[in-house]
Ligand binder design. Structure first.
Ligand SMILES: *[C@@H]1O[C@H](CO)[C@@H](O)[C@H](O)[C@H]1NC(C)=O
Ligand SMILES: *[C@@H]1O[C@H](CO)[C@@H](O)[C@H](O)[C@H]1NC(C)=O
Ligand SMILES: *[C@@H]1O[C@H](CO)[C@@H](O)[C@H](O)[C@H]1NC(C)=O
Ligand SMILES: *[C@@H]1O[C@H](CO)[C@@H](O)[C@H](O)[C@H]1NC(C)=O
Length: 394
């Protein structure tokens, strides 16, 4: 918004409270009548005595004795718009619904995959409670544990694959579970390894995964499985492609070892990889923003009967926190978890706007993973799950 002349855009009603137990579907958690927007001029030129700590949100920017006028207008806004394209994507249903219960720990932290047969979303808990897998129904809000036939270690990523789910897991080396990729039936809990080594070397921390329609899949192997004590590591932390037959191959290795999220464009021709700060709460790590706050893009090109990643490039940098999990809509817009909630980037990498979601209990990030269920965005808010009807489709 260019000035206070459009006060209607400032309405943001925060309903509900943290820690409240809401078991039923469709309880309104946060709601706003519209967006708070900020002009390019205000965005680019703040009063010159502005200050902001990189560990805090843009809206905490101060100038002189108070908040900069521009940033102040964005305070307590659910939807922050920097480009009119943001409002088109968000559409008119400006309500974040809570689906299922709030729990005291991060049960909706990792994953995720949409299960169209049952209209459920799969979430894994965080590394403090490794290996818990739950399905949450978007119809009823019921949360059902996946009846795993045996433990799968610290599961972090999931994608649909041939009617089942491929899971990327850090494993749990001390309890005999290697790091790798497994195929899981989420209804009866049976699973089998698809990949658990690279020529005898342990993976470090398979973190996120996407499947291609030719039967191959791609995953990130990040250093986090080693630093968090789940795997001894050994293989190169990198992005691996696993073709339908034959060994796994490294396709990208010029990124920080803290590679994390992975997503694919709808035409499967562009691959996106996010990298994450090793320790987001350590100011020494966080200042200045380094390469580990970025989303990279690369073309996935057919060559020699296989596929290569070509023209790896910076797509976007998170100004607050980092992109952990993220997904694309059909038009290449990127919906990425961030320190603010969800950052929405256009296909050209421009930050169109943010969905500001207050931090969940016991997490540095407000949101770590999200997934499209058709035109609904389902957001893992760590202790609970939120859902937003969008004017676009995943
Ligand atoms: C679990 O479901 C899969 C189909 O997804 C089936 O092949 C398998 O036999 C089932 N296992 C058990 C123990 O029911
Ligand atoms: C991250 O940094 C904070 C602040 O320096 C420190 O207290 C914490 O122990 C660090 N965490 C890890 C996992 O190294
Ligand atoms: C980038 O894309 C957005 C829409 O997603 C558009 O509004 C903006 O003008 C584009 N920027 C450039 C430089 O083309
Ligand atoms: C808004 O979206 C929710 C689902 O997230 C849906 O139940 C509701 O009917 C929608 N409201 C309108 C006015 O479209």
């Amino acid at each position: 918004m260019a000035s206070a002349s459009l006060p209607l855009l400032l309405v943001a009603l925060f309903l509900g409270s943290f820690g409240k137990i809401l078991a039923q579907i469709s309880s309104v958690r946060y709601q706003a009548a519209g967006s708070c927007s900020i002009s390019t001029e205000q965005l680019r030129v703040l009063p010159t005595d502005y200050e902001r700590d990189v560990l805090q949100a843009f809206t905490t920017t101060t100038a002189g004795t108070g908040l900069a006028a521009a940033a102040q207008e964005l305070q307590n806004c659910l939807f922050q718009s920097y480009d009119p394209a943001f409002d088109v994507l968000i559409g008119n249903n400006r309500t974040l619904y809570q689906v299922g219960p709030t729990r005291s720990y991060n049960w909706a932290h990792e994953g995720t995959a949409y299960l169209p047969d049952s209209n459920e979303v799969l979430f894994f808990s965080d590394a403090k409670n490794p290996g818990q897998a739950n399905r949450v129904s978007l119809d009823t809000g019921n949360v059902v544990p996946v009846p795993l036939e045996s433990p799968i270690g610290a599961a972090t990523g999931a994608t649909n694959y041939e009617g089942e789910i491929l899971v990327a897991t850090f494993g749990d080396y001390e309890n005999g579970i290697p790091a790798g990729i497994l195929q899981l039936d989420v209804y009866n809990g049976t699973w089998k390894w698809v990949l658990n080594n690279w020529f005898g070397l342990h993976f470090n921390g398979p973190n996120d995964i996407v499947a291609l329609n030719d039967g191959s899949f791609i995953f990130t192997d990040s250093q986090f499985g080693v630093t968090q004590g789940f795997s001894p590591g050994g293989a190169q932390p990198a992005v691996y492609l696993v073709p339908p037959t034959g060994p796994a191959r490294v396709i990208i290795n010029q990124l920080p070892t803290t590679i994390n999220g992975l997503a694919l464009s709808a035409d499967q021709q562009t691959l996106y990889v996010s990298t994450v700060q090793a320790n987001n709460s350590d100011p020494a790590d966080a200042v200045p923003l380094d390469m580990s706050n970025s989303i990279y893009a690369g073309n996935l090109v057919p060559f020699g009967g296989g596929r290569f990643a070509q023209n790896s490039r910076v797509f976007a940098v998170s100004d607050h926190g980092y992109a952990d999990g993220f997904k694309l809509d059909v038009n290449g817009n990127v919906f990425a978890s961030s320190g603010d909630g969800v950052d929405v980037f256009g296909a050209n990498g421009s930050l169109l706007g943010k969905i500001i979601i207050p931090a969940s209990q016991s997490s540095q990030q407000t949101v770590n993973n999200l997934v499209f269920a058709g035109s609904k965005l389902v957001i893992g808010h760590n202790t609970d799950v939120l859902m937003l009807q969008l004017n676009t489709t995943g």
